[in-house]
Design a protein around this ligand. Structure first.
Ligand SMILES: [Zn+2]
Length: 148
């Protein structure tokens, strides 16, 4: 864990991480969104429509930030390295691959040349990005949009 500038805290690679290495897995009983205290919403991972898991406080899943050009991707309910990651790089994934709540909107300042400025639900991702992520999205999104 370390300082990620304007994004607050973030997760950084302590050494080289090979592609496909598991970074975090979201476990725990899914809860209805309204049963989760509002201050925890920014940390919650969507696992189905209206259902979320809150990662353990201070875990990797708790602190991992979004990027519009991420080095990690969803694989089931885990986040894995989407490519080889160098020591010291911040680990990020695209929150839009895990959220499909139409009202979701978060300002982004990830600094990537691909930055979308506003992070929104998967349903609003451009086709080209959906293709790029393929099945590397949360399982409930896969079930709804990709029929796999
Ligand atoms: Zn961005």
């Amino acid at each position: 864990m370390g300082d990620a500038g304007p994004k607050g805290r973030g997760v950084f690679a302590a050494g080289r991480i090979a592609r496909s290495t598991a970074i975090a897995t979201f476990r725990g009983a899914p809860k209805w969104v309204w049963d989760i205290p509002k201050e925890l919403w920014p940390y919650a991972i969507q696992v189905d429509y209206d259902r979320y898991v809150v990662p353990r406080r201070n875990s990797v899943g708790w602190y991992i930030n979004h990027s519009c050009d991420p080095n990690c991707v969803m694989s089931g309910l885990s986040i894995i390295a989407g490519r080889d990651v160098k020591s010291g790089e911040e680990l990020t994934f695209d929150y839009s691959t895990d959220v499909d709540w139409a009202g979701f909107m978060m300002a982004c300042s990830c600094g990537s040349y691909r930055c979308r400025r506003k992070i929104r639900a998967y349903r609003f991702l451009p086709d080209e990005l959906r293709q790029r992520y393929g099945s590397s999205v949360a399982p409930f999104i896969r079930r709804r949009y990709l029929a796999v």
